[in-house]
Ligand binder design. Structure first.
Ligand code: FAD
Length: 461
């Protein structure tokens, strides 16, 4: 794979067109979404301030060994740690399809960099740092500023109130628009388990899992079938006595010992737990466990946002939102980036940001409030009619995400998703399901890699 790091001369998007309306825009968060929002907004001629609680960019990808004081994440007064990464994490998407379209995530051959196709988390942080440096985004970020209030003031403007690490309040600043990019992998969701108050073991959420060593010789009970649960169960099994995984999505035929492993078992969902440390499953079987590790995902959480009830989070659905982005009555002055899940996040975020930036400048027309509301109602009705639970409102998956990306691309006069990127997503998903242990190191989609690199040549070397 050639070293195709784009040269410093490439500039995406092109410089602002003079006739566009320039707005004052606040962006909350300097993870992948906030950085991309800053780039697209500035490219469209807006004045941008990015508020970032931490002292560095990267959000999720800024790994820290630090964990939260409440391992299960229920205590609202706990010090929040943003990143949910474990030390050994490698990407679950190949780098070619994962990166921003305007800044391909190609192998960097500099010493110390990780050139693997599914690199470790540090490499993604380095990529985001390269991206920020390439486009001079760091200067737009106010580091160490925790936003504690975003609310409407007169004339449909927004006030953003922030404070520094010492809890000293900064200025209250007023903006035309606010783009929320605070991430949604930080506030743990916990499984409700009958009997848990009397169960004597330890509980934690995967948000606070970093390394396997503390679980040596223990019996672990993992709940959930996410990518994290797949990785963590295998990693812990090397040191633990037994690893049990309970999930709604395991078919009956797969229950029992996981093929290729001596000490991992798959179970149906937990029915209840008992005072003596036992865990009972819906199929009537029982095991003893020392630790319950909730790999049960995260909640959307906007503790700083005050919209007088216009935007709410119900059953983990943020709404009402047009195209997962704009609340119709506050559009386009309030927007959310990166809410969809089971997606390829970076390109999706990128096209969302292009659309938002173009609408704010007046280059791209936005549907009327009535049209947006009707669209949301039709979307919700279609979820209900097909039996999709409300908590899956922002879940996309195989084809839906690319249809969504391409709808936004058409609105933004951007090209649709490259065919190779879609195919790479599909074949990687199939490989991950059939060979979960090796999918990151063995593949046979060289043809798609070649097509990707052909495309990347658009970015001068
Ligand atoms: P974040 O990265 O969470 O950034 C949000 C930022 O907002 C943070 O910097 C935070 O400090 C800041 N912030 C929050 N609240 C405030 C506030 N009140 N005031 C000021 N600043 C604030 N994606 C992939 O593409 N490939 C993968 O392999 C992959 N693996 C993943 C594995 C795990 C375990 C997890 C949790 C996620 C993974 N993802 C992966 C998804 C990943 O979250 C996205 O790629 C992306 O990083 C999301 O970026 P974001 O900017 O939306 O959120």
């Amino acid at each position: 794979i050639p070293n195709a790091t784009p040269s410093p001369t490439v500039r995406f998007p092109p410089p602002a067109m003079p006739s566009l309306i320039s707005r004052n825009v606040a962006v909350i968060g300097a993870g992948a979404a906030g950085l991309c929002a800053a780039l697209e907004l500035r490219g469209e001629g807006h004045r941008v301030v990015v508020y970032e609680r931490e002292t560095q960019i990267g959000g999720t990808w800024a790994y820290t060994p630090e964990t939260e004081t409440d391992p299960i994440g229920l205590d609202p007064t706990r010090k929040v740690v943003q990143s949910s990464l474990y030390a050994s994490l490698r990407t679950n998407l190949p780098r070619e399809s994962m990166g921003f379209r305007g800044y391909p995530f190609v192998a960097n051959r500099k010493p110390g960099r990780d050139s693997r196709r599914f690199p470790g988390h540090r490499e993604v942080l380095e990529y985001l740092r390269d991206f920020a440096e390439e486009f001079g985004l760091g200067e737009l970020v106010r580091f160490g500023r925790d936003v504690w209030h975003v609310g409407l003031v007169e004339d449909r403007k927004w006030v953003v109130k922030s404070r520094d690490m010492n809890r000293e309040e900064g200025d209250n600043e007023v903006y035309d628009a606010v783009v929320i990019c605070n991430g949604h992998f930080t506030e743990p969701r916990i499984a409700e388990i009958p009997g848990i108050d009397e169960w004597p073991g330890k509980q934690m959420h995967s948000h606070n899992y970093r390394v396997p060593d503390p679980f040596r010789d223990q019996v672990l009970m993992l709940i959930g079938s996410s990518a994290s649960s797949d990785d963590i169960s295998r990693e812990i099994s090397i040191v633990a006595k037994e690893v049990h995984v309970a999930s709604r999505s395991v078919e009956d035929g797969r229950l029992g010992k996981l093929p290729g492993h001596d000490n991992i078992w798959l179970h149906s969902m937990i029915r209840n737990v008992h005072k003596d440390g036992m865990v009972s499953f819906e199929d009537g079987t029982e095991i003893y466990a020392d630790v319950i590790l909730h790999c049960t995902g995260y909640k959307y959480h906007f503790p700083f946002l005050e919209t007088n009830g216009v935007v709410t989070v119900e059953d983990n659905a943020v709404g009402p939102l047009y195209k997962h982005i704009f609340p119709p009555t506050l559009a386009p002055w309030l927007s959310f980036v990166g809410l969809p899940w089971k997606v390829v996040p970076f390109p999706l975020i990128e096209i969302q940001c292009k659309w938002i930036a173009g609408i704010l400048s007046g280059r791209i027309p936005l549907e009327s409030k009535e049209e947006m509301t009707a669209d949301i109602e039709a979307f919700n009705a279609s979820l209900e009619a097909t039996g999709v639970p409300k908590r899956y409102t922002h879940r996309m998956g195989e084809h839906q995400q690319f249809e969504y990306d391409d709808w936004l691309a058409a609105k933004s006069s951007s090209p649709p998703t490259e065919e190779w990127r879609k195919q790479m997503y599909f074949v990687t998903g199939r490989r991950k399901r059939s060979t979960p242990e090796t999918y990151r190191d063995r593949w046979d989609d060289e043809d798609l890699i070649s097509l990707a690199h052909q495309d990347f040549k658009k970015y001068p070397l």
